[in-house]
Ligand binder design. Structure first.
Ligand code: TRP
Length: 334
């Protein structure tokens, strides 16, 4: 058996993945896969907690997200990609975890609170939604994960997981489950093209990995930049300017970028010029990803085979954990 550290992470399949996902998590998954035992989960069951009335959307996006993963270079030979709902052991584990969390604690999860407001549930919050952090703890614990690379917004989920793991080990004994460490992106998160703090599917302010070049150029031209830079000859603000944040993430020509920044800061460089350059940088970055996507779209059978194989492997792993858990809980009768 390998001594590699275990990584578990995942996404809700509610839309195609975008550049924010790339910067926030996809990139590090590609980097980490060679020297870790990595599991990447397509969290369709979690997606249903707020899309229960739209199963077709979730279903269709499972394949889209899988294709996104493979297109950016997540390698099924090194990473186990699987579908959450097809690993029922996770859900059984979550059921036992539910006893270890109070309702009050769930209500105070900051991410859940923010999402409740954003989704406008009002008083009609599905119980499945309120409890999804517990299921997420089970996602993680089922694989004895050491590391969970996620965005900053997922910090409360990691805390919640460790609280549950500690309770479990205290009550049911020994070191059955393992505490986990969140791995957060070093760089600031990618803002939306409208300048808002986060690129998000729901807000429609993103550039997807499968966005066609024309649309990428159009969106780059529309990007929010320094609102006070109305006169080309005036100095512009580089720090915190989304156009430059994007260029910092995607431009490979560092000398040219430094030159552009200096020119923009001193005045004389128009936003139109910088944005056009950004568009070209993004189109170039996306090109190989989109070439791979086009190939995979021609061979969806292969994508499904990869998912099936990954899901079988994930099930085996989760079943082992569940057996240990049930043993510790005195749930073995014959
Ligand atoms: N909650 C994560 C998101 O919204 C998706 C997710 C589900 C996840 N289960 C997970 C992430 C387990 C990390 C580990 O993006």
């Amino acid at each position: 058996m390998s001594q590699k550290k275990v990584i578990l992470t995942g996404d809700r399949p509610t839309g195609k993945l975008h550049l924010g996902h790339y910067v926030g998590s996809l990139r590090s998954r590609v980097e980490l896969q060679s020297d870790h035992e990595q599991y990447v989960m397509i969290a369709d069951a979690q997606a249903l907690t707020d899309h229960y009335d739209n199963p077709q959307k979730v279903h269709d996006n499972v394949l889209e997200v899988a294709i996104d993963y493979l297109s950016v270079g997540i390698d099924p030979k090194q990473t186990t990609i699987f579908i959450q709902s097809m690993v029922p052991e996770i859900h059984e584990l979550a059921m036992y975890f539910l006893n270890l969390v109070t309702w009050n604690r769930l209500k105070h999860n900051p991410t859940v609170k923010a999402e409740i407001n954003q989704k406008g549930f009002g008083d009609a919050i599905p119980a499945g939604f309120m409890t999804y952090p517990v299921f997420q703890a089970a996602d993680i614990a089922a694989f004895h994960a050491d590391l969970v690379p996620v965005g900053d917004d997922q910090r409360p989920m990691i805390e919640q997981t460790n609280e549950i793991v500690r309770s479990f080990n205290r009550i049911y004994g020994q070191e059955v489950l393992r505490e986990v460490e969140g791995l957060y992106p070093k760089v600031a998160r990618l803002p939306g093209i409208d300048g808002s703090a986060k690129m998000s599917k729901t807000m429609g302010n993103g550039i997807s990995l499968s966005e066609d070049p024309k649309s990428v150029m159009k969106k780059a031209k529309k990007m929010y930049s320094d609102p006070n830079h109305t006169n080309i000859d005036d100095p512009g603000q580089v720090d915190g300017n989304p156009v430059f944040i994007y260029l910092d993430c995607f431009c490979q020509d560092h000398d040219k970028l430094e030159e552009l920044k200096a020119h923009y800061a001193r005045g004389g460089l128009g936003d139109g010029t910088v944005k056009k350059y950004l568009g070209e940088v993004l189109v170039e970055f996306l090109e190989p990803i989109q070439t791979r996507r086009a190939q995979l779209e021609q061979d969806k059978g292969e994508v499904l085979r990869i998912l099936e194989k990954g899901t079988l492997a994930a099930r085996e792993r989760a079943a082992k954990t569940l057996a240990l858990v049930k043993e510790a809980m005195h749930l073995r009768y014959f």
